[in-house]
Design a protein around this ligand. Structure first.
Ligand code: S3P
Length: 175
């Protein structure tokens, strides 16, 4: 059975940064589901959203996420913030291994993402209101999907990585 470590959470919660360092520490492959999507669509996610809209993006996202439980070797997998929206995806993520929810408040995320232009769902309008809305809808879904929840408000990336490694050891995942 694949025994990957999967990171879920809202945009800006540190999935990619933490994931890269965690993979290095564990000596396993790092996989970013958004990068896999971009390879498949041959363009940026932002551009794809503009051209085809969110539903089309979610369809590609589902195809990529369905493949994760079948990775040939265990990896650290960081996912896009909306990867938990479809119930099929939630199942695929749990099948892939241990799922960690990097939980941050919408306010913290807003400060981290103020100058970011790569995230289509946060462009224009009122990004803080959008993050609050996303949090309301998604927080229960992240919690439903995850085996563990880590508050990412204060801890540094290195601390988060250590916390994840500790949890994996405690849960007997042979790190
Ligand atoms: C999305 C988050 C993005 C990316 C896409 C949709 C979302 O990933 O998958 O723009 O719905 O929250 P990040 O969480 O890495 O920003």
């Amino acid at each position: 059975m694949p025994n990957s470590t999967v990171l879920v959470g809202l945009p800006g919660s540190g999935k990619t940064t933490v994931g890269r360092q965690l993979a290095r520490r564990l000596g396993v492959l790092f996989v970013d589901s958004d990068q896999m999507i971009e390879q498949r669509i041959g363009t940026s996610i932002r551009h794809f959203f503009e051209m085809y809209g969110e539903d089309a993006f979610r369809d590609v996202e589902q195809i990529v996420i369905e493949e994760l439980p079948a990775l040939v070797e265990p990896a650290v997998i960081s996912t896009g913030g909306g990867a938990i929206l479809r119930s099929k995806n939630r199942l695929s993520l749990r099948k892939s291994g241990r799922v960690f929810y990097l939980k941050s408040s919408p306010e913290d995320l807003f400060h981290r993402l103020k100058h970011d232009t790569s995230r289509p769902l946060l462009q224009g309008g009122d990004p803080l209101a959008k993050l609050r809305e996303m949090y309301e809808v998604r927080d229960p879904l992240y919690r439903e999907t995850a085996h563990f929840t880590l508050e990412t408000g204060r801890p540094s990336v290195a601390k988060l990585v250590n916390m994840i490694i500790m949890q994996l050891e405690l849960s007997g995942d042979g790190v």
